[in-house]
Design a protein around this ligand. Structure first.
Ligand SMILES: [Zn+2]
Length: 440
């Protein structure tokens, strides 16, 4: 009798765990924590990514995963990047502008604490280095107290707009060459933040202002921000579940946990879709595969530095703490909120990944019923890329449709996540892994 009771209890608890592992309640819990103000947007300001790494490690310990890097789960590395901390403000002709709504600093701006005159310049002039030199020679008076003001909101020529944007992104190339202290770009909408061009020291102020607010010539703008160019020490968090049959070979599940951090003390980028969602899903999968181990060992790697240009995944592959010949498959999870229109699998049709993709399509038709499981050729747009470059079987899965939060914006919050399809997405991924990578 006792044996029957114990067996029933074991069966019940394993059923409960199966349900829990794919339950969006746990997912919501992770998202809320990862996007909370205590994580500072998981970026480089206020060491947000270190706080997030510690949280992930705590969850992995709780679930019962062993460290893959001894003794503390962390694979440490670092890179140069900008970090904006402290007060950020702007006033235009005496009127206070609202951070992010009315104005923003670029993530690679130099620090600013001064008043400047806005000196209008045509986009075509700014985009042409020779014309720009001439413009500077003509306007030498007070150039050191002026920010060039370029209104892109009215510019219809896409090529010119692209050229000006590119110049802004790579302003560090012009360090020391121009006397003006920087640029203000008039825009319809504040553009998304990206750190891929914030890894070099930049000597210029770069700020965006809603163009409709700049109403007169010779406007005065007062700008304040502290943006330090630092060597940022960070870490990938690595943990594993031993395989049930071939423990010396590995399936790797990856997600980047870093995001854009903060624009000073008042504006935070929660990064729910990008990529608290993939991080939370990977934690959920850790719970599931802990209870239902695959034949091969499952290695979970939570990368930092993705937003600065896949720094964590490139370091992981370069560091080669794992023998590549032992890697059977890599599943990278990035941007997993929503999913009303299904999922996309990047690098789905390579010789070494197509079995996984075909299996997902087959099972989706039979059971999971996502609107679409779309195949996309490889693109080096997330952390699967360094693995693909090494010839390893790696795919990147992201969702399509069904969420309202912005992208790389403060509105990317858990409230806008849209998790109705979460259960079906994650159970389809589990079934795909079990089929191709060997279940219990
Ligand atoms: Zn991103």
């Amino acid at each position: 009798m006792k044996k029957v009771v114990i067996a029933t209890l074991v069966l019940l608890s394993s059923l409960l765990l199966t349900v829990n592992a794919q339950d969006s309640v746990q997912m919501r819990h992770y998202l809320k924590d990862l996007c909370s103000p205590a994580m500072h947007g998981r970026g480089y300001a206020y060491n947000g990514d270190a706080i997030a790494a510690n949280y992930i490690r705590t969850q992995l310990k709780r679930i019962g995963l062993a460290p893959f890097v001894y003794p503390d789960y962390y694979e440490r590395y670092g890179f140069n990047v900008h970090a904006m901390e402290g007060p950020v403000s702007a006033t235009l002709n005496g009127d206070t502008l609202r951070p992010w709504e009315d104005f923003a600093f670029a993530p690679h701006t130099r620090s600013a604490n001064d008043e400047f005159t806005l000196l209008p310049i045509e986009p075509e002039t700014l985009a042409d280095p020779r014309a720009l030199k001439e413009f500077c020679n003509k306007n030498t008076r007070h150039l050191d107290k002026s920010l060039l003001y370029v209104d892109l909101s009215q510019c219809e020529d896409k090529k010119t707009v692209d050229k000006v944007n590119e110049m802004c992104h790579f302003m560090h190339v012009w360090n020391g060459q121009y006397e003006f202290p920087g640029l203000v770009i008039g825009v319809k909408e504040i553009p998304v933040w990206s750190f891929s061009y914030a890894k070099s020291r930049c000597d210029y102020i770069i700020a965006y202002v809603k163009a409709g607010l700049v109403k007169k010539r010779n406007s005065k703008i007062q700008l304040l921000c502290t943006n330090e160019y630092i060597f940022h020490e960070t870490q990938n968090v690595c943990a594993f579940i031993p395989g049930s049959a071939v423990p010396d070979s590995f399936i790797i599940i990856t997600a980047h946990y870093d995001h854009l951090g903060q624009m000073g003390e008042d504006v935070m980028f929660p990064g729910c879709h990008d990529n608290a969602s993939g991080t939370a899903t990977a934690l959920d999968l850790a719970q599931y595969f802990k209870d239902h181990p695959l034949r091969y060992s499952t290695l979970f790697v939570f990368f930092s530095g993705e937003e600065a240009g896949l720094m964590g995944s490139f370091f992981f592959v370069r560091d080669s703490i794992l023998d590549f010949s032992k890697i059977k498959f890599v599943l990278n999870l990035d941007l997993l909120c929503g999913g009303n229109d299904g999922i996309t699998v990047v690098n789905a049709k390579a010789d070494n990944t197509k079995d996984f993709y075909n299996e997902l399509v087959k099972m989706n038709e039979k059971k999971h019923k996502l609107k679409e499981v779309r195949a996309r050729d490889n693109a080096n747009n997330s952390d699967h890329a360094p693995f693909v470059m090494k010839g390893l079987p790696a795919v990147f899965v992201y969702t399509m449709g069904g969420r309202t939060g912005g992208y790389h914006a403060p509105s990317d919050t858990p409230e806008n996540a849209g998790l109705e399809h979460y259960h079906r997405i994650v159970s389809l991924l589990i079934k795909g892994m079990e089929k191709v990578c060997g279940g219990m």
